[in-house]
Design a binder for this molecule. Sequence first.
Ligand code: BDR
Ligand code: CA
Length: 318
Amino acid sequence: ATALFLDCDTGIDDSLALTYLLAQQDVEIVGVAATAGNVPTDVVVANNLAWLELCRRTEIPVHVGAQNPIASRLRTAEDTHGPHGIGYAELFPASTPPSDLDAAHGWLRAADDHRGELIGLVTGPLTNLALAVRADPELPGKLRRLVIMGGAFGVPGNTTPVAEWNTVVDPEAAAEVFEAFSRFDAPDPIVCGLNITEQLVITPAHLCRLRTDSGDALLARHLAEALRFYFEFHDSQNEGYVAYLHDPFAAMVALDPDRVSGIAAHVAVELNGALTRAMTVADRRGMLGPPNAQVVTQADTDAMLDELIDTLAGYARH
Ligand code: BDR
Ligand code: CA
């Protein structure tokens, strides 16, 4: 089985990403870390535990992450994800406790237990991973692959005119992670920014199909309640009654990077600009340094959406 470690800020689309991963028979999720972002860390922990309990996967450890970003004041996005982070979904609180190991050490243990084999996936701010790299500067070289949902390349931001939410919450962490992975022995992170994740668009018709194909299973109804809030949010932003599936996109890339293509670039994060703080800058010409990332630019998002819906429906049915 493929070992995967997920670090997320659940989060409506994070919960879809988690469900997609749980549905994979040949993937072993070795840990789920919670990072502050869409909602505070404790709420993310509660969501991750409740979601795993709903899916009867309580053996998967949930690691409590940092309460705050490295240098910024924490901001959360209840307007986007609902007061509890998972839209209108109401899950039973979990009876399982989180792991004693914090998120940064969860990363380190997973990487050491699966040296050279571990796929890391971050669908929230990069705080925990940055702290993990501080604790073990060798960590980047121990991973098989790192996939990040974050940034915006050549398109407007969704949080400032130029910056994307996960990067805005903790720009220093993002900068540290890209720098750490610049080291030659580390695989270049695959970066899924808004330029591509906003192409994976779910509509009410897809959600209807998901529910019907699942036999209206409980899990599918929870996903629908979560997504109903996300549709309303996107509608309020004049994007239409649809939702962008940023985090499921990154999860699908994590398991099969060959389904997308991109460009090698040196990615750096602006930390100072009064207007541009947290902007992700991708340099293709070696002006800032050699490539340290693969920036995803193309994907067959129609095929991806079909597979996502089928996978979620099939999983919910069981
Ligand atoms: C990212 O921000 C969060 O609100 C979503 O879960 C996603 O990870 C998109 O900018
Ligand atoms: Ca997220």
